[in-house]
Write a protein that binds this ligand. Structure first.
Ligand code: MLT
Length: 410
């Protein structure tokens, strides 16, 4: 009989968001009249902006015409998109990233998991705790860990707790680590990293030959001028970092699918005998072997984000969600909650009242206020006692949720 990858059997329960979905469905079946507001998974709610819709239509028209029809595209993405990204997101901001360092893909979740294909199995891996669960689960699947303990922490991973007690600043680990996952603006806490903090990590990585896997999926939500938008703003990062970015949250592409990964041409990893190898070349090999590129109309749509109209409309879209975040922050504060995030990120991270557990608070909020959020412990042991609310919603739902929370908790 065919053998399975037994590493999958080490995984804890279900992936967090399907598990929440399962619980919410069960609740709604038992309480069909409950008007449930979903602020759990960070999924966008607003329609695509007109500039994107027009570009996607035009892309489809190009595919309908024999002269402009395209078959397989370049696996790394069309030049028109890679060049627009390099110019607008990096070069115009004084950040050194060129178009040939950008790999267009169908999602950052996929890329941040798939990147493990090109790294060895004996790397020491460090993750923040709480953490976007994909980083941990993909390492478990790849056999980079032992079993989970009673807190859900896997043997072999280095966890770096980030809680209010340490001002959400991860400490550089005592032991040497090879791959370091950082995510800023952070999912789930919504906090950001300062340039000084990132510089410490870049210096650590360069001193130890480590690589930082930097997830910047929420960079478009940064509102404060001094907050770094890219790890490549930090001196030395081109020698030690890979960055993941996504159009999912920036442009409402969760159902469209387009993202990018940046790997500097000079980034090196090493073989077991110490020979240096280009990480860019390995990822290119992997990408071309396992991926055929993002669909042409979708890449046309993504490029429209960088047109004058597109930029203006994206700014309005982000402002819409960040107004929800602002209202959430204000409402939760008035209701007496201790809150974090929500200024440069679409997530508000709150401390559960009276020390109740994250899942108990989930049940209470769902049962009493008919609001779905995400329990902090679902993101890791250090997330226990915290809870995440997403600003991705309509204004009406956000206002209604705040009113219900105030009624229940003030
Ligand atoms: C989240 O809610 O954390 C995100 O939607 C998950 C994701 O982007 O995959």
């Amino acid at each position: 009989m065919a053998r399975i990858n037994e590493n999958y059997l080490k995984l804890q329960a279900g992936y967090l968001f399907p598990e929440i979905g399962r619980r919410v469905r069960a609740y709604c079946e038992a309480n069909p009249d409950a008007d449930v507001i979903k602020m759990g998974i960070g999924d966008v709610t607003q329609p695509l902006i007109p500039a994107i819709v027009d570009a996607m239509h035009k892309g489809v028209d190009e595919m309908a015409n024999a002269d402009t029809f395209r078959g397989y595209g370049p696996e790394q993405g069309y030049d028109f998109l890679r060049e627009a990204i390099a110019k607008n997101d990096f070069q115009d901001r004084g950040i050194d990233v060129s178009a040939d360092e950008i790999f267009v893909s169908d999602g950052s979740k996929c890329d941040s998991g798939n990147i493990l294909d090109i790294f060895g199995s004996d790397n020491k891996i460090a993750v923040l705790d709480p953490v976007y669960p994909v980083y941990v689960d993909t390492n478990v699947m790849a056999g980079h860990t032992g079993a989970a303990d009673e807190n859900g922490r896997y043997e072999g991973l280095v966890y770096m707790p980030v809680t209010a007690d340490s001002n959400f600043e991860p400490e550089i680990p005592q032991e040497k680590v090879d791959l370091i996952y950082l995510c800023y603006p952070n999912n789930p806490t919504g906090v950001v990293a300062s340039k000084e903090m990132l510089k410490k990590w870049v210096d650590y990585a360069n001193a130890n030959g480590s690589i930082i896997l930097y997830d910047a999926a929420y960079e478009a939500f940064i509102s404060e001028a001094d907050v770094p938008r890219s790890i490549f703003e930090i001196e030395g990062a081109r020698d030690c970092a890979i960055e993941f970015r996504s159009f999912s949250k920036t442009a409402g592409f969760t159902g469209v699918r387009c993202a990018l990964t940046i790997i500097p041409q000079g980034l090196m990893g090493t073989t077991s005998d110490g020979t240096k190898q280009s990480v860019h070349a390995l990822w290119n090999r992997r990408h071309c072997t396992k991926f055929n590129g993002v669909s042409f109309p979708v890449q046309r749509a993504a490029a429209a984000i960088y047109s004058d109209e597109g930029k203006k409309q994206i700014k309005e879209l982000i402002a819409f969600y960040m107004n929800n975040a602002r209202l959430l922050r204000a409402g939760l504060t008035e209701a007496g909650f201790e809150i974090y995030g929500g200024v440069n990120a679409p997530y508000v991270w709150l401390k559960t009242p009276d020390g109740i557990s994250s899942w108990d608070f989930f049940d209470k909020l769902l049962g009493e206020s008919h609001i779905v959020g995400t329990p902090g412990s679902g993101f890791g042991a250090a997330g226990e006692g915290y809870f995440r609310l997403s600003a991705f919603n309509s204004l009406e739902n956000t206002q209604e949720a705040i009113a219900r929370i105030k009624k229940a908790f003030s």
